[in-house]
Write a protein of this length. Structure first.
Length: 389
C-alpha cells in the first residue's frame, strides 16, 4: 500500500499525530504491534498542561475532556507537617487538567473509528527501511499476511522499546537512573484534596492525585527492587496516612483496584530524526513522573512534527529539518524541571545517616524558599503548567 506518512505506534503520540494530519488532508496509516485491548488498557499519566488542552480543543478533540476532565489551579507542596498551595492561575494565568492518558487514548481512537482512519493493531514484525532515501517503506505482518507500506515519511511513535530509534545509525542515548520507584494505586474513593499534593516526608515521597471525582490516584516512594507483593493494602494505606497526614485533614480510604511499582529514570535520544524517519514521544525521551511531563512531551512533539509535515506538504521543508533541534531544546528544559522536582521531594535511602539528614534538611530549605518566594513559585508554576509548544 501507499501512503504519505506511516506512523508506527498507536499510543497518544501516534493517534494525535494522525488527527493533525487528517485535518490537513494528509494520508497516513498507523501500525501498532500490540492489541487494541492492550493499548486501551494501559494506565499512565493523568495531568495535561494548558498547552495540551489547547491543542485538543483546537483540533475539536476535547469533547470527552470537557465532560470528564478536572481543571486544577495549582498544586500543594507539603513538608514538615505543613501544606502550602502554589496557585498557577494567580501566578502565571494558566491551569492544568486532570485527565488520564487511558481516557485520552480511548477518545482519540474512537474519533479515528468515526472518521474511518486506517489504524491497525496486532501487526507483527514492523520494521522501517530505506530511511536515507526518498522512498522509505515499512514492512510488517498484518493478520499473517506480508505487508509493505511505501511512504514519504515514517514516524516512530513506538515507545522506548520500539524498532524506530534503533534504526537510526549512530543514535546515542543520554540516560540517568534514580534510586527511587513509585508504588501507584487506583482506589475507588473520592479524592481527599482539591489540588494535587506533593509531599516530602522522612520516610519518602508521597503524592495524592485523582482520576475523577470518584477515583483517587496515590503514590508512594519505594525502593526500585521492592516487589508489589510486599505491600498489602493495609500497609499502603498506613504509609500514605503517615506521609500525607497534616493536622485537621483526613485521607479517605477505599478499595484499591490496581497497584504497581514503576522505576524512575530519565532518557533522551541524541536526535529525533534521520533521513525520512522522525521520532516522537517515548521513542525519543522519557522523564521521571514527578513533574507530570511524559504525556505532555509527547503531545508537544507531535504538535511540532505535525506542523512541520503540513509545511513540507505545502513545499516548505525548513520546519521539518528544524524539528529535532526544536523538540530536543524543549525536552531538555522539561528534563531539568522533572529532575529538580524529583530530587526536591524524594529521600535517598542509600546514604549514611548523617549525609541523609543533611540532604533532607537541605530539601526542606529549598521547599521553604520556594513557598516563601513569589518568584520561585512563579518559576515552578510556569514550568508545571507547561512551556510553549
Amino acid at each position: 500500500m501507499r501512503t504519505q506518512v506511516a506512523i508506527i505506534g498507536a499510543g497518544p503520540a501516534g493517534l494525535l499525530l494522525g488527527h493533525i494530519l487528517r485535518r490537513a488532508g494528509i494520508d497516513f496509516v498507523i501500525l501498532e504491534q500490540k492489541s487494541r485491548d492492550y493499548v486501551l488498557g494501559r494506565i499512565r499519566a493523568g495531568v495535561l498542561e494548558q498547552g495540551s488542552v489547547d491543542i485538543l480543543r483546537d483540533l475539536d478533540l476535547d469533547a470527552d475532556l470537557q465532560e470528564r476532565g478536572l481543571t486544577h489551579h495549582g498544586i500543594y507542596l507539603q513538608y514538615e507537617g505543613q501544606r502550602h498551595h502554589v496557585d498557577f492561575l494567580e501566578l502565571v494565568g494558566r491551569t492544568v487538567t486532570i485527565y488520564g492518558q487511558q481516557a485520552l487514548v480511548r477518545h482519540l481512537l474512537a474519533e479515528h473509528d468515526r472518521f474511518g482512519s486506517d489504524v491497525r493493531f496486532d501487526v507483527d514484525a514492523v520494521l522501517p527501511h530505506a530511511i536515507d532515501s526518498n522512498a522509505p517503506y515499512v514492512t510488517a505482518r498484518d493478520a499473517g499476511d506480508e505487508l509493505r507500506v511505501d511512504a514519504d515519511f515514517i514516524v516512530g511513535a513506538d515507545g522506548y522499546h520500539g524498532v524506530c530509534r534503533p534504526a537510526i545509525p549512530g543514535v546515542a542515548a543520554y540516560e540517568r537512573g534514580y534510586p527511587y520507584a513509585w508504588l501507584g494505586i487506583l482506589a475507588d474513593v473520592a479524592p481527599s484534596t482539591d489540588d494535587l499534593i506533593y509531599a516530602l516526608h522522612p520516610d519518602g515521597f508521597a503524592m495524592h492525585s485523582m482520576r475523577s471525582l470518584e477515583v483517587s490516584r496515590l503514590y508512594l516512594q519505594v525502593d526500585p527492587d521492592e516487589s508489589i507483593e510486599e505491600w498489602s493494602d493495609d500497609r499502603i494505606w498506613d504509609a500514605l496516612q503517615e506521609r500525607l497526614g497534616v493536622p485537621g485533614w483526613t485521607l479517605q480510604q477505599g478499595p484499591i483496584t490496581e497497584k504497581s511499582i514503576t522505576p524512575m529514570r530519565s532518557f533522551v535520544a541524541s536526535t529525533l530524526e534521520h533521513g525520512r524517519l522522525f521520532l516522537a514521544g517515548d521513542a525519543g525521551h522519557i522523564v521521571p513522573p514527578t513533574g507530570a511531563k511524559g504525556l505532555n512531551s509527547a503531545i508537544a512533539d507531535v504538535a511540532l512534527l505535525g506542523r512541520a509535515l503540513i509545511a513540507q506538504h505545502g513545499g516548505d521543508e525548513s520546519p521539518l529539518r528544524a524539528y529535532s533541534g526544536s523538540a530536543l531544546a524543549r525536552q531538555w528544559k522539561v528534563q531539568q524541571f522533572s529532575q529538580w522536582m524529583t530530587e526536591l521531594l524524594h529521600v535517598d535511602r542509600r546514604l549514611a545517616p548523617s549525609e541523609a539528614a543533611f540532604r533532607y534538611r537541605s530539601q526542606v530549605g529549598r521547599l521553604e524558599f520556594t513557598t516563601a518566594s513569589r518568584h520561585a513559585e512563579a518559576a515552578l508554576a510556569e514550568q508545571y503548567a507547561g512551556l510553549p509548544f
